[in-house]
Write a new protein. Sequence first.
Length: 410
Amino acid sequence: MGDAWIIDACRTPRGVGKVGKGALAHMHPQHLGATVLKALAERNNLNTAEVDDIVWGTSMQGGTQGGDMGRMAALDAGYDVRASGMTLDRFCGSGITSASIAAAQVMSGMEDLVIAGGCEMMSGFAANSNGSGGLGSKNARLAAIHPQPHQGIAADAVASLDKIPREALDALGAESQRRAEIAIQQGRFDNSLIPVIDVDGNMVLDREEYPRPGTTAEKLANLAPSFAAMADYPLDDTGITFRQMVAQKYPDLVIEHVHHAGNSSGVVDGAAAILFASPEYAKSHAMTPRARVVATANMGDDPTLMLNAPGPAARKVVERAGMTLGDIDLFEINEAFAVVSEKFQRDLDLDRDKVNVNGAAIALGHPIGATGSVLIGTVLDELERQDLQTGLVTMCAAGGMAPAIIIERI
């Protein structure tokens, strides 16, 4: 098995994912994907005819996000037509999975130059969902075996089961904002950030749009829970509610509603991309590697609670790498909801100064299919800034899944 070298990683800023409010909301998602693909080509002097494949993550593959965005974004970026592309969906985990597959193709020797990445326009969620049916796609037989509620209800259920109080979740949300504010002020994201320019050459967005500097736990304590009313809202013609879905598996659980907009991930638009090369190709093209992929893993867990797989995934990937959690210098765990990160750190007994050191999705936002690729680039930049070696990235995904990846600086 050979190595997969990471040559470069970049991303767009994250724009508020609401039509009429977000700077990117009027853009075509293929344009966002093309922005980062074009940047990779220009920054690394790529002959795009030699790109073996583009492995892309997009969760909501309908409407403007349908039709294989990986291929279409490459064409929009001006890539040679010989650069192929595919698009996959592992819900929130799509951006890590695209990187894992790209790396595996290179490590196996099947391909030499592969780009991974993802894009999600959360501002277009309603238009692009187009009656998709949500989790389980209205499969009554599956719902009877594995009821899958809204993720926010699942987050509240996990916090209730683990007896994690709202105060801890609000503290985590405030800390995410504080760390992101410092990172932005110090320019820690600048190496990877690619401004979005429209077809007329006008600047659309060149900074993170979502963060709320100055957020405190005391301010967050005043916010009303977001999912209490939703929990009891009847779904479709079945009349079943999200609370009843959870009760099918956990009949004695009393759900306390502890999540709200200030301790949940931000709804944003964005794209990211990572360039992988074999050592042979990189050396013959004078490419300087930044890191290599050490190991990848995937883990499933309870689809009803749906958010609990990152901890087991982290344990699995370090075992596969022949390492321990103590060997990891930095962790990135997606803050889909505060309880995901809080439980991850508690269960693995991690040093909090090693986890999400520049803030995460509560402060910066979560563009579903892109986030995993964003986080790989983020941990790589931070490893370089601190002169550290190894980073682990993982995240929960709907259906009760979590992909994970370990990278090591070269």
